[in-house]
Design a protein around this ligand. Structure first.
Ligand code: LLP
Length: 402
């Protein structure tokens, strides 16, 4: 097996409407709906050869209504992790039968809501949760379709805060308890065990962890087959990464390599479906945080660019030391191609409220419009009201769906 890198489909992303940004209050999110559309089209083409492959959108990445509506119009399912996300997905016309509900801590009311809505599948993360789902379903005179979330103990080679499939992570049922979980599920009278669920982490940029996952899943499937158990759904989760370093060169992730690899590696039989739950790779590149420069301050040894956006609008740099490309659109429009180094920081009273140290930018001035790129996934959805701050109205790259 080659430890090969996932490539990217190259499209030139559309130019930013600087005039619109100049007339708009900031900080705000801007979504390039055309790029999202192209991304969905590329995914559709990659999946087309495999009619038994089904893709769900991981709603946690971005819950903007226009984004949800465009994604659901492509016929994708939804992957939700809370009652609130379930409501958002249903409100954006995702068919309930295509919704999967994951999460280590589903509250009783959320389980009831999922059963009431008759969603496609509850991904179960512990033996105790399975018992609770069986009880609730019994009281509601319903049957619960479940998949067992297995922790496959695979290193996704990504940031440790977004690694989920290692034995010591809180997610899923460990391999050692797998047989017990299957036997238990089959013994419950209000549960239909329809599948297995996996998710090894996020921002995965090499194909190897997925190959390893498929091989591990094959072993589990084979063991179950020997006992006469076949699953309807095999859900491999999400995690496909995006190119944060050069988003304009690589705006669309390589869905095709992943689909072809899974098709070549996973041993599925007639009638079995393979499911994916993509978040970041669908919406990451279409979003930018638009911000104004409030001040340029000369420090003792450093120059600070102080923005009107901070960790309350985009927490990823502060939380994971994540890199997002920063561009000064106003300087570019002035024709300023110089190169200076700045520490780009937000206005929040926290030292970690920084978007990057020593960032190379053209000469930057008060009032300049800047964009922080690749912020469509886990940007707005993780934003907060810390310091009583408020995001300004969202802007869209073309007329949004109503
Ligand atoms: N399925 C499950 C069970 C998940 O836990 C996740 C993400 C996904 C699918 C979607 O993963 P994606 O395709 O987006 O990688 N806030 C972090 C990322 C957390 C991911 C949580 N789980 C970040 O900003 O990098």
């Amino acid at each position: 097996m080659d430890n090969c890198s996932l490539g990217y489909t190259s499209y030139q992303s559309s130019g930013f409407p600087l005039d619109v940004f100049q007339d708009s209050p900031t900080p705000c999110y801007y979504y390039d709906m055309e790029l999202l559309d192209r991304t969905l089209m590329t995914l559709k083409d990659a999946v087309a050869p495999y009619p038994h492959f089904k893709v769900h959108y991981a709603v946690k990445a971005n819950t903007d209504h226009e984004i949800l509506r465009l994604i659901s119009s492509y016929g994708l399912g939804a992957d939700v992790v809370s009652g609130g996300e379930l409501e958002m997905a249903i409100g954006a016309s995702f068919a309930p039968s295509t919704i999967v509900f994951a999460g280590v801590g589903k509250a009783d009311w959320e389980i009831k809501m999922a059963l009431d809505a008759d969603i496609g599948c509850l991904n179960v993360e512990s033996l105790q949760e399975m018992e609770v789902i069986n009880d609730i379903a019994g009281k509601m005179h319903r049957r619960a379709r479940i998949a067992i979330r297995v922790n496959p103990n695979i290193d996704a080679h990504t940031h440790h805060f977004i690694t989920t499939g290692m034995e010591d992570n809180k997610f899923g049922i460990n391999l050692a308890d797998f047989d017990k979980a299957v036997d238990l599920a089959l013994s419950y009278s209000n549960i239909d065990l329809i599948g297995l669920h996996f998710h090894i982490g996020s921002q995965i940029t090499i194909i190897y962890p997925y190959e390893l996952l498929c091989e591990r899943v094959n072993v589990l499937l084979e063991n179950c087959r020997r006992k006469g158990i076949e699953f309807e759904w095999i859900n491999l989760g999400g995690g496909l990464g995006i190119d944060y370093d050069t988003p304009d060169l690589n705006p669309i992730s390589d869905f095709k390599t992943l689909m072809d690899t899974v098709s070549n590696t996973l041993d599925v039989r007639q009638g079995q479906q393979v499911h994916f739950e993509f978040g970041r790779s669908l919406v990451g590149q279409c979003g930018s945080l638009v911000t104004r420069v409030l001040y340029v301050k000369e420090g003792h040894n450093r120059k600070f660019v102080i923005l009107d956006a901070g960790m309350s609008e985009l927490v990823r740099p502060a939380l994971y030391q994540a890199f997002h490309e920063i561009q000064n659109l106003s300087a570019f429009a002035r024709g300023d191609r110089g190169a200076m180094r700045y520490d780009v920081v937000g206005p929040i009273c926290e030292t970690s409220d920084s978007f990057g140290e020593g960032v190379v930018l053209p000469q930057t001035m008060r009032g300049d419009i800047m964009v922080i790129r690749s912020a469509g996934a886990y940007g707005e959805s993780m934003s907060s009201h810390y310091n009583c701050r408020r995001l300004q109205p969202t802007l869209y790259g073309h007329k949004p769906l109503i």
